[in-house]
Design a protein around this ligand. Structure first.
Ligand SMILES: O=c1ccn([C@@H]2O[C@@H]3COP(=O)(O)O[C@H]3[C@H]2O)c(=O)[nH]1
Ligand SMILES: [Zn+2]
Ligand SMILES: [Zn+2]
Length: 245
């Protein structure tokens, strides 16, 4: 069994030197796109891949750096390739993703009036393990981000935690490592300021050593090069590099 991750981008919502924090999870010959932000179509083009190469897409929450590329994805697949993308997403996001984000661009009288008319929708509930492919299972965990905006982190194969955008949750992280045996944490990382809607580097640095040791940092600002070497045991992941998980 082979599991790898290639981030299409590792930047935060306002980064200009990095694409949006979206990733390709490669489980043997199955590819899952985790989030599809505004820059995802260009990032895919940059690494020489097409949305046709993706078996399914998963959405963590509704912010443009995570869903802004879905209109292009859906229209390209439908009108250029005659395909439909399988879309895994928390059930609470199905209605707002359509009504608040995609309807404006994708609605078509008598043809496309809901998310299920343009995607193969697979709603998910927290606490249930979903088998997406022979060597890939996924569970969603509701994690705090912005008041009133549902956001969900991921448990991959019951051994890797992939954070959505989230505020600092030390108890969850410690529990995942010490009680659940998680062996890797991919975490969003705000390099400066206070962690109002994201987790800051300073907060992650305050975690115990056994937790820090398995953290990889993503969703960072253009200031990232100034922080290389200043993150303790935690390493930045680079966009487009394929990491064996
Ligand atoms: O109360 C708020 C709400 C939002 N924001 C910014 O908007 C961005 C939206 O995408 P993001 O979730 O990746 O990051 C968010 C932040 O950079 C913020 O700083 N404070
Ligand atoms: Zn984001
Ligand atoms: Zn967000």
């Amino acid at each position: 069994m082979s599991l790898s991750l290639q981030m299409l981008g590792t930047g935060n919502a306002f980064a200009k030197n990095y694409f949006n924090n979206n990733g390709l999870l490669l489980a043997d010959d199955y590819t899952l796109l985790i989030d599809c932000g505004i820059t995802a179509p260009l990032a895919m083009h940059t690494i020489g891949k097409s949305f046709r190469d993706v078996n399914a897409t998963l959405i963590t929450h509704i912010h443009a750096d995570h869903v802004g590329g879905l209109e292009e994805l859906a229209l390209t697949l439908k009108h250029v390739y005659g395909k439909t993308m399988r879309l895994h997403l928390p059930e609470t996001l199905v209605e707002p993703l359509w009504n608040n984000t995609l309807k404006g661009g994708l609605y078509q009288k008598d043809a496309v009036a809901s998310l299920t008319d343009i995607f193969e929708v697979k709603p998910m509930k927290p606490g249930i393990t979903y088998k997406l492919a022979p060597s890939l299972t996924l569970e969603i965990i509701h994690t705090p981000h912005i008041p009133g905006k549902d956001s969900y982190s991921l448990l991959i194969n019951n051994e890797i935690f992939y954070s959505a955008d989230m505020t600092f949750q030390p108890d969850l992280l410690i529990r995942l490592v010490r009680e659940h045996g998680i062996r890797m944490i991919l975490h969003d990382c705000q390099l400066g300021g206070s962690g109002v809607v994201h987790t800051t580097l300073e907060e992650l640095m305050s975690l115990p050593e056994d937790v820090r040791r398995i953290i990889k940092l993503m969703h960072y600002s253009d200031e990232q090069p100034q922080f290389v070497g200043l993150t303790g045991e935690m390493e930045f992941i680079d966009q487009h590099v394929i990491y064996k998980l």
